[in-house]
Design a protein around this ligand. Sequence first.
Ligand code: ADP
Ligand code: MG
Length: 291
Amino acid sequence: MPAKHGKHIAIYGKGGIGKSTTTSNISAALAESGYKVIQIGCDPKSDSTNTLRGNHYLPTVLDSLRGGENVKLDDISAVGFKGVLCIESGGPVPGVGCAGRGINAAVSLLQELNLFEEFKPDYVLYDVLGDVVCGGFAVPIRDGITDRAYVVSSSDFMAIYAANNLFKAISKYAPADGAKLGGVIGNGLSAGYSKAILDDFALKTGTKIAGCIPRSLIVSQSELYGKTVIEAHPESEHANIYRSLAKYIAANEDLVVPNPIGQSELRNWARNWGDKIYSLESGIVEFAGGI
Ligand code: ADP
Ligand code: MG
């Protein structure tokens, strides 16, 4: 278990849900407030920190380890926007090996290099792929690496399904000193009912919504420039939404062990919402007295 320097926070979520975008904007917001931040991408996609570094290539920890011994911090890190230290764990050769292995290797190497003792971060953010919380991807919440996790989710069933799986992993490991849950981050909520679905999911699982990021062109445009919204559009409403979220996460100590929903109950819950949103959208109220 690493000595704790700063708050170590894991951010999980289904692939493509907006984890890296959200995490990088949180890092950027914390860094512009003067905090020392490290962001560690724990996704074989290895693009977690792109918008903090102008989209430049960064060798991953796994690639560097494959290249030989004596890997130094400079080989596997880059200083990004406002001093955020960027690291990507990397992934296995496609078709060979376990994706979670990169996270293990990255964390061990960073400990060997005494990174946390020497850099003295205020915040360390781990951006973790969470489609399947397999043994490897559970490392950041399982082995005392972080003590708190957030999950990014939309109101789509697969995103909620992945969030619920994370809750299962947290509720399994929390009693043995694993991480607890800080809350759910809503991302890309567009339709009016989306927030209601996510609120209901949070209520049912005993968690809170930490913040909600609406879908916006400003996010896509900033990504194309290789920048976070904080850097590309610092005066925008969206930048302020990310700043509020970062502030909330930085201060939040209300950590919980969530109550995941059982498999069949989750299906029923989703079906009920299916009926409800159909009624809301079509104006047809189901079972309206059989008129
Ligand atoms: P993940 O890290 O979960 O795989 P990304 O952060 O890479 O997902 O986001 C996937 C895509 O969605 C990116 O192209 C990103 O710019 C876009 N995206 C994420 N959040 C938003 C948002 N709030 N509005 C618009 N586009 C978004
Ligand atoms: Mg990502």
